[in-house]
Design a protein around this ligand. Structure first.
Ligand SMILES: NC(=O)c1ccc[n+]([C@@H]2O[C@H](COP(=O)([O-])OP(=O)(O)OC[C@H]3O[C@@H](n4cnc5c(N)ncnc54)[C@H](O)[C@@H]3O)[C@@H](O)[C@H]2O)c1
Ligand SMILES: [Zn+2]
Length: 351
């Protein structure tokens, strides 16, 4: 059974990638676990009710606008009303939103109970469920209220992706491509050479790309739980990606699609600043486009994107840094990139 260990200052746990594992939650509960509360959305519950038999199910309505503290409080009230105590366990069964909400609920319910993450979107499997970040949105911004709460276990079942809408699947693949670019020529080669199998969810190929992604994320998180340094490489493609999500009011692009645009821009920027050769950048771009099409973003200008990036980063630490690829599988954090270079890279991406 392919599994990867995450070790942080406070926790050690395994992330297991295995077809069918989402039906075996009981085998992974902590010893002396009390009642089990599954946080899931009604759509996912309906699809996988048989996997959750015998557990208390709490419905999270789903969607980014509901990822709010008030919803967590409602879920906590429901837990208490159904007999939860300090021995209770939360299972977050769903996409990344469920993982963040369920994880945060577990982090603060009676000052913390264990959570088992069972991610059911590709994005959640290769990214959100591994690493212990949990939280909800504020009116003023995404994920601004939260905590680190490492899971007791992460159960990753590639088979559940068959019911995922195709666009959601492809959006998750862009985060897989990101893992290849930042850390794994082998993973990148599979994505470059076997796109038909990847898109068709060929079982062996799918398990392999998820497994390799989880290995990379687990390794990075173990080395740097709280984003002091290494964890920043996971932000590859995210600087311009976040700007694009914001400029389109989070309503045009799925997160992975925005990251795809961001990775295209990072390629242009790396060539322009002398960090990457043009042929490798062209290959990165070719592979990203194998998993398109990306929805168009009419009306967004390069100046607006670059402006957003500088505004955003100044409030954080006064200096803009970009994660740039220097080769397939290697990155460098580059500081002090001139504004004009960012505008030009954004323009080349939007062209
Ligand atoms: N904690 C982290 O480190 C981290 C990292 C990345 C993203 N995130 C968060 O993840 C969220 C996005 O997650 P997402 O992209 O998974 O979106 P999502 O959770 O909204 O799921 C997408 C849609 O797919 C449905 N769905 C989920 N699994 C399904 C399945 N197997 N079959 C059919 N339908 C299914 C969901 O109900 C939902 O409608 C964002 O809120 C983001 O902030 C967190
Ligand atoms: Zn991301």
């Amino acid at each position: 059974m392919p599994s990867h260990v995450v070790t942080t200052a406070t926790e050690t746990y395994t992330c297991t990638v295995q077809n069918g594992i989402s039906a075996q939650i009981r085998d992974f509960l902590p010893a002396k676990a009390g009642k089990v509360f599954v946080v899931t959305t009604p759509d996912v519950h309906q699809l996988y009710a048989s996997h959750l038999a015998g557990f208390e199910v709490l419905h999270y309505p789903g969607g980014e606008p509901n990822k709010r503290l008030s919803v967590v409080e409602t879920l906590a009230d429901q837990m208490l009303a159904r007999g939860a105590d300090r021995s209770s366990v939360v299972v977050a069964f769903g996409g990344g939103i469920c993982g963040d909400v369920g994880g945060f609920l577990a982090a603060i319910f009676m000052r913390g109970v264990p959570v088992i993450q069972v991610p059911t979107t590709l994005l959640a499997q290769v990214d959100a469920a591994v690493g212990g970040k949990t939280g909800v949105n504020l009116a003023g911004g995404k994920n601004l209220l939260g905590s680190f709460h490492q899971p007791h276990a992460v159960l990753i079942d590639p088979a559940v992706l068959r019911s995922l809408p195709e666009r959601e699947y492809r959006a998750g693949l862009f985060e897989v491509i990101k893992h290849g670019i930042i850390a794994s020529p082998e993973l990148f080669a599979i994505l470059a050479e076997r796109s038909a199998d990847v898109l068709a969810q060929h079982p062996e190929v799918l398990e392999k790309i998820i497994d390799e992604s989880v290995r990379i994320k687990a390794g990075v998180v173990s080395a740097d739980e709280k984003e002091g340094g290494l964890r920043r490489i996971l932000n590859y493609g995210h600087t311009l990606g976040h700007a694009l999500e914001a400029e389109t009011n989070y309503s045009v692009l799925l997160h992975g699609e925005a990251v795809a645009y961001g990775m295209l821009a990072a390629g242009h920027l790396a060539v322009r600043t002398g960090h990457l050769d043009a042929a490798t950048a062209a290959e990165l771009s070719r592979v990203i486009h194998l998993y398109g099409p990306l929805p168009p973003v009419p009306g967004v200008t390069a100046e607006a994107l670059a402006g957003h990036i500088y505004k955003d980063k100044k409030t954080i630490q006064g200096q803009t840094h970009f994660v740039l690829a220097t080769a397939i599988g290697q990155t460098e954090i580059v500081r002090g990139i001139p504004h004009e270079a960012v505008v030009a890279a954004a323009a080349a991406t939007l062209a």
